[in-house]
Design a protein around this ligand. Sequence first.
Ligand code: ZN
Length: 259
Amino acid sequence: MPVSTVTIPVGQWFTSSDGQRWWFDSGSFALDFAYTGPMGQGSPGVEQLHSPDDLTSWIASRFPMPVGAARTRDLFDAVGLRDAIARLAHAASAGEPLRSDDVDTVNLFAATPDIPPVLGGGARRAGRSVQSVGQALATIAREAVDLFSPENLERVRCCSAEDCGIVYLDTSRAATRRWCSMQRCGNRAKVRAHRARKSGAGRSRLAAAAAAAAASAPVASSVVAATITVPATASPAAPAPAGSDAAGAASPHPDESAA
Ligand SMILES: [Zn+2]
């Protein structure tokens, strides 16, 4: 149950170092906010908040209601909150305890007034027409409270690809999301699994041909059959890393496919 009172769209486009552009659904806009800065190993996140104007632009691109311009103090606050969320996300994804000072930072911002919900159809405006950056940060912090709550903590995960450090909240019904994105790491795993299956099938065909040759010409082919049959029996264990990917790729979860 989200504790922020307004709905902010989740997800953003990332561009990998090889130029590939891909959609990343982090599962939480508090995590999206964390990715405005470096999120650690393998993460595509780089510092985006160099100035108050950068913060103003990011908030304007995410919040569906008017929010005022950020000042230097707002930027300082935002980076502090963001870095605390990033550290908590990494700790949660690694199954490590959450640092109390990071929890305190999130709670501090969550305790301030957030952006209130609005029911359409009224004749008069209630409250401010333009929300403050502080309210936007409180809204993000309340989302972070939900993100790291006991109900969600085990769903904060790191992508299954060994060379990917991206953290997300698994919002799939069965909690079976494995990848940051099917477009990116999910597809790479499928390709590796496909290659592993093909090479395994090739070795099996070679072994079968050798066995057939041995049967038709037992004296001349016995040495060949023996030398080829031995690696063929060992082949299922050979592509061990890709084999584990094959299991996942053979039955991708519907939620991941849609990502
Ligand atoms: Zn990944």
